[in-house]
Design a protein around this ligand. Structure first.
Ligand code: UT7
Length: 334
């Protein structure tokens, strides 16, 4: 007779209990950026929406920022960190291939021994993490999970490259995920297009660098226009699918919090979704630049802290970037 395996059992629903953030202190203006690239404040504002961004200090690592954001979220949730069973770090800028950063973060936030894993889904990483953490809680494998998006992009681009040096910055955001009595995280619409590896990424490889250390320093590369076109076209469809899957219409939203890639991409998504004017939209990019995996929890945390969003309201989140990879879901705000 086939042995009977005891299946994991969990609560029917999961929710985001809290979000936290860490914003580095150093503000870098467009004027400072323009000392290194041939550009202007006006061009950067008009093409991206960015007015200023934050750069981490030399002694603020990806792990440090992740820990500070997670500690903020843990304090807001009022949970005992010893109850955290899963720590996920979404990041593409942790400068070691192994071991992963998440186990070190788990120790520092008081979740010693928790399952811990890094997610390399770039700007989609936070929404990937929300999906997997939610499923882990609902599946009964985790009581409480922490999903962190943390990136220190300033280590990984050429500060004299005018095609992208004005865009990227540093920061971290985090969410605590736990059980819920009611549905609070909708179905995830996620996917990838692995044919587009040339569109966005960090390369060449470390093996290439070993063979030619000077010529092959891994650096962020981006075909800005290709990514832009993909984002305004495909991501509009994905955002609508996430709404449809959750049974929510755009006018029922209390917030739209897309990845902070470019204000013009956000504007295009608003038009495609026919989002009513009264729905608050995240514009964190204006003061934070593009912080990759950190941008959604950073924006959400900032808007909640500032009282711009109602606790318990309904928000659409969507992350997209290198892979190319994307993920979107409708969530209940903590
Ligand atoms: O987070 C991950 C996903 N990443 C993204 O979503 C980024 C998507 N892409 C973008 O946001 C935009 O493509 C950028 C903001 C990066 C660039 O804006 P764009 O409107 O696509 O600019 P472009 O590359 O089409 O360049 C337009 C013009 C060109 O000049 P000509 O050929 O029209 O004379 C560029 O040479 O702007 C010029 N240009 C600049 N001018 C001033 C390019 N970079 C700069 C610059 N300052 N920094």
């Amino acid at each position: 007779m086939t042995a009977q395996i005891t299946p994991p059992r969990g609560p029917e629903f999961a929710r985001i209990l809290s979000v936290g953030s860490y914003r580095p202190a150093r503000i870098v203006t467009n004027a400072e950026i323009c000392t290194r690239i041939d550009s202007t404040d006006e061009w950067i504002r008009e093409r991206s929406g960015i007015v200023e961004r934050r750069y981490a200090a030399d002694d603020e690592s990806v792990i440090d920022m992740a820990v500070w954001a997670a500690e903020d979220a843990i304090a807001k949730a009022g949970i005992d960190p010893a109850d955290i069973g899963l720590v996920m770090l979404a990041s593409i800028t942790y400068p070691y291939l192994s071991p992963a950063a998440a186990p070190q973060i788990a120790v520092r936030i008081g979740a010693t021994g928790a399952a811990a894993v890094d997610i390399s889904s770039a700007c989609a990483g936070f929404c990937y993490g929300i999906s997997m953490a939610s499923d882990s809680v609902r599946g009964g494998n985790t009581k409480l999970a922490v999903v962190i998006g943390a990136d220190r992009l300033t280590d990984w681009f050429d500060h004299h490259d005018r095609t992208l040096a004005f865009l990227f910055a540093d920061g971290a955001g985090a969410a605590v995920i736990g059980p819920s009595d009611v549905p609070a995280i909708g179905p995830t619409i996620w996917g990838s297009d692995g044919t587009q590896i040339d569109a966005l990424g960090i390369g060449p490889s470390f093996i290439d660098q070993r063979n030619d250390p000077v010529a092959n320093v891994p650096m962020l590369y981006m075909q800005g226009q290709s990514v832009f076109r993909w984002a305004v076209g495909e991501m509009a469809r994905v955002a609508q699918q996430a709404l449809d899957a959750a049974g929510i219409t755009a006018d029922q939203l209390d917030a739209f919090i897309p990845h902070q890639a470019n204000n013009r991409i956000t504007d295009a998504l608003i038009r495609a979704l026919k989002l009513p004017d009264h729905v608050p939209v995240a514009r964190d990019i204006v003061t934070m630049g593009n912080t990759s995996a950190a941008s959604i929890p950073l924006a959400m945390s900032g808007m909640l802290d500032d009282g711009e969003l109602p606790s318990g309201g309904t928000a659409l989140i969507i992350g997209f970037g290198a892979g190319l990879a994307y993920a979107a879901q409708v969530i209940t705000l903590p």
